[in-house]
Design a protein around this ligand. Structure first.
Ligand code: T6T
Length: 334
């Protein structure tokens, strides 16, 4: 059932993934109708890292499905930008409404801690989904992709694409202080240092601030400084989209191989067009399902799993139409 719902069939892919714009993001409720016992009607909140991002929309789809099954009332919210100064006031408002549980993707490892601590102290069960904070006392459960491993997989994919050749590569990330993307950078850099020593980092990690436009300008500036660049690892959806657009605009799509994290509908189009050569797809739907499961366990006083690492997989033009791969392509509506 779960898999069927998230399948994007290969036929749909073939006609170019004509998916419409995002539905997720703001206060869309999902009141359950069945099951749940002591959970029936309990209020849960999912605070996304940012609104309108197919990664978080896919997470929302999984969370809603599970909430429905358990009879939980799930409200979904997210800031307009991936920015703790925008997310924190939303978290303070959540604290005031005292939900039974909060699933949250904190925007910053440090700046998000204080409001989450306040929420937790008021008795709400906090489950961290996708991103985390440094303070280990926050969250009864933390559920995320093994992002360090994902970064290592990206390095391996780039090496395969380049046939083991020597050359300059670059990492473009989002902002320092985001647990997920920082771990991807660390995993990639470790792999370059220890395994893919044929690569040289062209410069320090560059940052897109989660803007495709900024990512496009960053890569174009970098291509002017390093015209012999051969590869880029872009650590999230909007960064990867912008990097691919920038490389195409610079006329360097044949020279520079791009490995991007995430598998949003527009990223798949870029993969099909040859502007990106590999994607590291996460399983956000599963994170949403497991997030609600763990939150429900905490609310009911049942055992909770403190840390769950979810998987990622490499998507290329060659495996894209395999249903076991295409089912992990993100959605922009449930
Ligand atoms: O890559 C995901 C998520 O894992 C990360 O924490 C922030 O960016 C995304 O939402 C993609 O835009």
């Amino acid at each position: 059932m779960r898999d069927r719902r998230r399948v994007v069939g290969s036929a749909v892919l073939a006609v170019g993934l004509m998916l419409t714009t995002a539905c997720g993001g703001d206060d869309s409720g999902s009141s359950g109708s069945s099951g749940g016992g002591g959970l029936a009607g309990k209020k849960f909140v999912l605070m996304q890292g940012v609104k309108g991002d197919p990664f978080y929309i896919s997470m929302e789809c999984g969370a809603k499905e599970k909430a429905k099954e358990l009879g939980v009332d799930l409200q979904v919210q997210g800031p307009d930008k991936f920015d703790a100064t925008l997310q924190n006031p939303l978290l303070d408002a959540v604290a005031a409404s005292k939900p039974a549980a909060l699933l949250v993707a904190p925007n910053d490892v440090k700046a998000s801690a204080a409001p989450l601590k306040r929420i937790q102290e008021r008795g709400t069960k906090v489950v961290l989904v996708d991103t985390t904070v440094d303070d280990p006392s926050i969250g009864v459960s933390r559920i995320a992709t093994d992002n360090n491993l994902g970064g290592q997989k990206a390095a391996e994919a780039l090496n395969t694409l380049l046939g083991g050749a020597k050359g300059k590569v670059l990492v473009v990330s989002v902002d320092p202080g985001i647990s997920s993307t920082d771990a991807r950078v660390a995993g990639f850099n470790e792999a370059v240092k220890t395994k893919y020593t044929n690569f040289t980092l062209a410069s320090d990690t560059q940052y897109s601030h989660n803007s495709p436009q900024t990512a496009a300008s960053v890569i174009q500036a970098e291509l002017r400084r390093n015209p012999d660049l051969v590869g880029v690892f872009a650590t999230n959806l909007f960064t990867a989209q912008g990097v691919a657009t920038g490389i195409r605009a610079a006329g360097k799509s044949n020279q520079v191989k791009v490995v991007g994290f995430d598998a949003g509908p527009d990223q798949i189009k870029q993969l099909q067009a040859g502007d990106v050569q590999a994607l590291v797809a996460q399983k956000p739907y599963d994170i949403g399902v497991q997030g609600v499961e763990q939150a429900a366990n905490a609310v009911e006083g049942k055992p909770v799993t403190a840390k769950i690492d979810t998987e990622s997989l490499i998507v290329t033009k060659d495996n894209l139409n395999d249903p076991e791969v295409s089912k992990y392509i993100y959605k922009d509506s449930c």
